[in-house]
Design a protein around this ligand. Structure first.
Ligand code: SF4
Ligand code: SF4
Length: 81
C-alpha cells in the first residue's frame, strides 16, 4: 500500500472520475469495507482499491494526486510535486 488519502479530503469525487483504472470509490457501506482492512488507508470515506491501482506508473504523475484540490492523496513510494 503506497497511496494514502488523508483527512484533508473533502469528498469532492474528482479523483474517482480521473482514475484510469476505476480504483477509487466512495464507501457506501463502511462495515463491509472495514472487513478488507488491508485495503484501507485511513478512515476517509474515499477508498482506493489497491488491487486495481497501478500507481499510474506509465504516467508522469498519478492522476489522482494531480487532480486533488486538497493535496489529500499522498504516496509513500514516489515523490510528486
Ligand atoms: S495512482 Fe492512478 S491508478 Fe492509482 S488510484 Fe490514483 S489515479 Fe488511480
Ligand atoms: S480529489 Fe482529493 S479531495 Fe476530492 S475526493 Fe479525491 S482525495 Fe478527496
Amino acid at each position: 500500500m503506497s497511496f494514502v488519502i488523508t483527512t484533508d479530503c473533502i469528498y469532492c469525487g474528482a479523483c474517482i472520475i480521473e482514475c484510469p483504472h476505476e480504483a477509487i470509490s466512495k464507501r457506501t457501506n463502511k462495515k463491509r469495507h472495514l472487513s478488507k482492512a488491508k485495503n484501507i488507508a485511513n478512515d476517509s470515506l474515499i477508498y482506493i482499491n489497491y488491487t486495481k491501482c497501478d500507481e499510474c506508473v506509465s504516467l508522469e504523475s498519478p492522476k489522482c494526486i494531480s487532480i486533488c484540490p486538497m493535496d489529500a492523496i499522498k504516496s509513500s513510494n514516489r515523490n510528486f510535486a
